[in-house]
Design a protein around this ligand. Structure first.
Ligand SMILES: Nc1ncnc2c1ncn2[C@@H]1O[C@H](COP(=O)(O)OP(=O)(O)OP(=O)(O)O)[C@@H](O)[C@H]1O
Length: 613
């Protein structure tokens, strides 16, 4: 009985063990399967990693090739510049020689003229003396004949005869002295003629030399023009390569512009800004000198001194504007202390040809280029909008019949009472629904719109600027292009932003409403700097949504757009503190990587909303 129980128990144990074994085998199979799939995933990850490394090394190679070409171009530029300065030296020496040759030709001509005059006088005198002599010889002959007749016919007294003889002798003496004079004069005439011949010879010689020098100068001028052409071609190539490198790096580009000093700048007019002249930083460096003698050097993609004209500045951004037509998102914004020239740089005076700012110039270029491209089958549709952010409230600057708000008495949401909000479309691009969007077909239409917008903009007077912009203004042009020949479509966006001026409350003299504005401006600019710092530090969270300005700018700062910042600087020494802050901020912005710009050539659904990216 016991044996039976023991067998049953042992069978039970065996059954349990075999179940456990089965389970264990099943678990092992599952584990093997998991290991195999993880291995597979690991392999795919390795492949992905290798392809990423290959892409990275390709990018590195492109970058280093571009860098090398840039170095080469810069070396060539240096050689050309040296060559040019030698040529200029040579040219100047030849010019000096030419001037002295011209002087000696003039001197020889003067000498020749005086010799010709002298010869003429001598000839006249000789002629006169000869006539005198002939007259006197004929007188002597007549007297001698008279004497003979007298002697023969009348036999007059010896006394009279003697007198006549004396007279005749005296006349003969005069005659011989005049002959001597004639001889001397002839001698002088021969010498003068000899001198004249010599002068003629030296004039011819000088003329030959002069012609030779003229030829050399023409040759040198041609060489100089060629060298200058080469230099400008090299410069263009350098710029292109520089832009390519920046695009490969995906950085935000920064241009710095210093406004001129004005007579009403008051105290602090000593020079605090200088521009280094070394080859590497030429046109890109700026140094700020603090009262303690401390120097702060900065380098940007371009530095414009107070002498730069609106056209000089535009030339540097025109390529960027062009890329909006090619289907890129482009964003240009101006940052700086109040009164430092942001509005002048962005808008300027649209009706004064030399003082037009970047906005009117960019639009003119877009219209002109789109007309040129129409010959290749391109048709463009341009839509404009303009808004301002005033005290964290969005206002539509193109709203028809909007009254002039510069008295600052309107409500927080603007005259229309409409509340504008920022929304995001399916692609994550920001847009403001209900904002006035105008189809623009000519530069005249745009000029009218800009005038309307400028009148609607919130401006006020601060201690530091007679006409201070108290809001951030955002001009947006959406460009849709279709090529009828190739069916290609492009979608470009150009955002031109004039930020309100940063200012210290203590310096701006702001009180009441103005104080509120200044606080709102400073808060939104500080949100902008938080965003920039987060981007620069590659933080996971970038606080774009902390202000209206950064929400709107998100596609330009965090996406694939071509972004350029102008940092505007006031030159007075009393602004050194603010200038230093602005330049430090700009240096941070310059270091931000926002990704590689991408062309938007895909066909989009017809959507009339205007987005900012
Ligand atoms: N490069 C320049 N050449 C000539 N005038 C200039 C230049 N830059 C600025 N100005 C003049 O300086 C004054 C202040 O410039 P602007 O209004 O553009 O400054 P801002 O930075 O926009 O100031 P805010 O932030 O207060 O609006 C204006 O009268 C403007 O015409």
């Amino acid at each position: 009985m016991k044996e039976k129980e023991a067998r049953i128990a042992s069978e039970k144990v065996q059954g349990l063990l075999s179940e456990d074994l089965k389970k264990a085998e099943q678990e092992k199979l599952a584990a093997d399967h998991q290991i195999a799939s993880q291995k597979d995933m690991y392999k795919r990850l390795q492949e992905y990693n290798t392809s990423l490394q290959q892409y990275n090394s390709k990018l590195q190679t492109e970058l280093s090739t571009a860098n090398e070409s840039l170095k080469k171009v810069e070396k060539e530029k240096l050689a050309i510049v040296e060559n040019l300065s030698t040529l200029r030296g040579h040219y100047n020496t030849l010019q000096e020689q030419l001037t002295s040759s011209r002087a000696s030709v003039d001197e020889a001509v003067r000498l020749k003229e005086s010799l010709v005059n002298e010869v003429k006088c001598l000839r006249e005198e000789l002629h006169r003396v000869r006539e005198d002599r002939d007259r006197q010889v004929s007188e002597v002959q007549a007297l001698t004949a008279d004497l003979l007749k007298f002697r023969e016919k009348t036999g007059k007294s010896f006394m009279e005869l003697d007198n006549l003889t004396i007279k005749s002798n005296a006349l003969q003496e005069t005659c011989s002295s005049q002959l001597e004079q004639i001889r001397i004069l002839q001698h002088q005439l021969a010498a003068a003629n000899e001198k004249l011949k010599m002068a003629d010879l030296s004039t011819i010689e000088t003329k030959v030399k002069f012609d030779e020098q003229k030829r050399t100068i023409v040759e040198l001028q041609e060489r100089l023009e060629n060298a200058e052409l080469q230099l400008s071609e090299g410069e263009q190539l350098r710029k292109k390569l520089h832009n390519t490198i920046l695009e490969l790096k995906g950085n935000i580009r920064v241009f710095c512009r210093v406004r001129p000093m004005f007579s009403d700048d008051g105290s602090g007019t000593e020079t605090v800004i200088s521009y280094p002249t070394s080859t590497e930083t030429l046109g890109r460096g700026i140094e700020l000198l603090q009262s303690g003698g401390q120097k702060y050097p900065f380098t940007f993609d371009k530095v414009f001194s107070h002498e730069a004209s609106q056209q000089d500045v535009f030339v540097e951004i025109s390529q960027l504007v062009q890329s909006a037509l090619d289907g890129y998102k482009v964003c240009i914004f101006a940052y700086g202390q109040t009164g430092s020239g942001k509005t002048y740089t962005m808008l300027g005076k649209p009706d004064a040809p030399k003082q037009k700012g970047l906005i009117p110039r960019s639009l003119e270029q877009i219209f002109q280029t789109s007309q040129v491209l129409s010959a290749q089958g391109w048709k463009y549709k341009l839509q404009a909008s303009m808004l301002e952010i005033y005290n964290e409230t969005i206002r539509d600057l193109l709203l028809p019949n909007r009254s002039n708000p510069s008295d600052m008495t309107r409500g927080e949401s603007g005259v229309s009472g409409k509340q504008y909000t920022i929304k995001h479309d399916a692609n994550g691009n920001a847009y403001v629904p209900d904002l006035t969007i105008v189809d623009v077909c000519s530069i005249q239409e745009i000029t009218l719109l800009l005038e309307q917008a400028a009148q609607s903009r919130s401006v006020g007077k601060t201690l530091m600027n007679e006409q201070s912009s108290r809001s951030h203004s955002v001009f947006t042009l959406r460009i849709s292009g279709v090529n009828e020949n190739t069916e290609q479509q492009v979608q470009g966006v150009l955002n031109l932003i004039d930020l309100a001026g940063s200012e210290r409350l203590s310096r701006s003299g702001a009180t009441g409403d103005r104080l509120k504005e200044t606080q709102a401006i400073n808060k939104s600019l500080s949100c902008l700097s938080d965003v920039i710092f987060a981007l620069a530090k590659r933080e996971d969270h970038v606080p774009f949504r902390n202000s209206k300005l950064t929400t709107l700018l998100q596609p330009c700062l965090g996406g694939d757009s071509k972004t350029l910042m102008f940092v505007n600087i006031s030159p007075e020494s009393s602004s050194v503190g603010e200038s230093l802050c602005s330049l430090r901020f700009a240096a941070r912005v310059n270091a931000c990587e926002i990704g590689v710009p991408r062309r938007h050539t895909a066909i989009r659904s017809a959507d009339s909303r205007l987005s900012y990216g």
